[in-house]
Design a protein around this ligand. Structure first.
Ligand code: VGL
Ligand code: ZN
Length: 241
């Protein structure tokens, strides 16, 4: 069930996902077409007075990250095409570690490199909180709520993320999370879905994102709807509150 607007209980936060140089033209190693073009809309959202928390996420990988195609031997090292198996290094107590297929990417957002920086077009001064994710070499982390295995408290054992954003949102009494940024079919999608899992109403602004593969967006929207995320336009009444 998609989120419905509840004016009586509406405490919104904005999450701006991965607006980083490596995801933007002209020089990003994993540039999303027109990625930079959504910055003005994001800045106008950031200036909305009703938000109680404005969060930025940053992909922040070590050089030996499992998602980099170049860290694997041929023939399984083709960015965008190859997959490798990864194993949950932090399985729940008493359970066998789960395995998953990991899609491979060009090297991107390496810790302490220019490609990992937020793009200067975004009004970063407005963020209350910036969180870095994907810091564990053996695990993918598309959303800042949880890694690919759904581990939601990775701060202690996995070094996957530096801030527990669920706790931060709860501490401010947030009911609704509005999600924008890059890329619509990966980190934005997973952030919006994990926000539902974490107990928030979740809204994804269609004009506030761009996809690695724009031709797949309709399918992604179906997936989002099934997961309980509401995909809205930037003129939606929810955003005027
Ligand atoms: C992302 C692929 C790999 C994203 C991050 O920000 O959507 N995509 N790492
Ligand atoms: Zn990444």
């Amino acid at each position: 069930m998609a989120a419905e607007f509840d004016e009586e209980h509406f405490v919104p936060a904005l999450i701006v996902v991965d607006m980083q140089e490596d995801f933007c033209p002209p020089n990003g190693s994993l540039a999303v077409t027109n990625g930079r073009s959504i910055a003005p809309l994001i800045n106008s959202l950031l200036s909305q007075p009703g938000l109680v928390l404005r969060i930025a996420t940053q992909d922040n990988h070590p050089p030996n990250h499992i998602s980099f195609a170049s860290n694997h031997p041929p023939p399984d090292n083709r960015p965008f095409e190859s997959f490798v198996q990864m194993t949950n290094p932090n399985p729940p107590p008493g359970q066998e570690p789960e395995t998953k297929l990991q899609q491979l990417w060009p090297v991107h957002c390496v810790q302490d490199t220019p490609g990992a920086e937020l793009i200067p077009e975004i009004d970063a001064d407005r963020f209350d909180l910036v969180t870095k994710k994907g810091r564990h070499s053996q695990v993918e982390m598309y959303s800042a709520f949880a890694d690919a295995f759904g581990n939601i408290d990775p701060t202690v054992t996995m070094q996957s993320v530096d801030v527990d954003i669920t706790s931060e949102l709860q501490a401010k009494g947030v009911t609704d999370v509005i999600v924008v940024g890059l890329a619509g079919d990966y980190c934005v999608k997973c952030t919006a879905i994990d926000a539902v899992k974490a107990g928030f109403r979740s809204w994804l602004i269609e004009e506030g994102t761009k996809c690695v593969d724009p031709t797949g967006w309709d399918l992604v929207k179906e997936e989002l709807g099934i997961a309980g995320v509401s995909v809205i336009h930037s003129d939606d009444p929810v955003l005027q509150k």
